[in-house]
Design a protein around this ligand. Structure first.
Ligand code: HPA
Length: 234
């Protein structure tokens, strides 16, 4: 047990899928895994371990924002031996050619800060995805004819953003979308020699102000789980 995860040693698989929402973790575990067992429910954060095509997998919520993800990813890596961590989540598109429901595979993520900024001091560390995972995820998405974009995203600390000027600069520099967790996941993976990837679907659009209806969110979430599982094991 750790401060935030009630699992026993050995309860967590080396491969962990991390949706933001704990109830999505439960839904995905029940839908995709064989014999899922709940391994964490501390503070209402849920984690489940089961198997997918004979491979052990944990699906554990990250919560919203980098400080929350950082707590769970630190404990999953350092205390439970997680080696491959794949975020599955939603994002807001920032480019006109990126449409609602499109899949984004984040090569890197820009930030104003991450929970690691304090000790990096003057260094602007460039967090990056694991290329092997990214490569496989790209081929899975393409084979399924899902519209997929590969490139940089923005991990923001705020959902209710008061800096439209920053968004403009990021749009100008080709940033595909905004979310709130990937940069810290990539940074922790780099620090501890793990593999990480963020597989995102576009749930809303900053330029057109469109948003995905909730039924479509469920089906895009399913697509992301499948991409993540295939990328991890195929
Ligand atoms: N901002 C930040 N995070 C998000 C957004 C957004 O517009 N959409 C989905 N996750």
């Amino acid at each position: 047990m750790t401060v935030h995860i009630g699992a026993q040693p050995g309860d967590i698989a080396e491969t962990v899928l991390m949706p933001g929402d704990p109830l999505r973790a439960k839904w995905a575990a029940e839908r995709f895994l064989d014999d899922p067992v709940c391994v964490n429910e501390v503070r209402g954060m849920l984690g489940f371990t089961g198997t997918w095509k004979g491979n052990r997998v944990t699906i554990h919520g990250s919560g919203m924002g980098m400080p929350s993800l950082s707590i769970y990813a630190n404990e999953l890596i350092k205390d439970y031996g997680a080696k491959t961590l794949i975020r599955i989540g939603s994002c807001g598109a920032m480019q006109a050619n990126v449409k609602l429901r499109d899949v984004i595979l984040a090569t890197t993520s820009s930030t104003l800060s991450t929970p690691s900024s304090g000790f990096f001091r003057e260094l602007n560390f460039a967090p990056s995805a694991d290329f092997g995972l990214l490569h496989k995820a790209f081929h899975v998405a393409e084979a399924r004819e899902m519209p997929v974009h590969v490139g940089g995203i923005y991990s923001s600390d705020v959902f209710y953003d008061e800096r439209p000027d920053l968004n403009e600069q990021m749009q100008r520099h080709g940033v595909l979308a905004v979310e709130m967790e990937a940069a810290e996941l990539y940074t922790l993976a780099a620090r501890y020699g793990c593999r990480a990837l963020a597989v995102l679907t576009v749930s809303d659009h900053l330029l057109t102000e469109e948003a995905l209806p909730s039924e479509d969110r469920q089906s895009s979430f399913s697509d992301m789980v499948e991409i993540a599982l295939e990328a991890a094991f195929a």
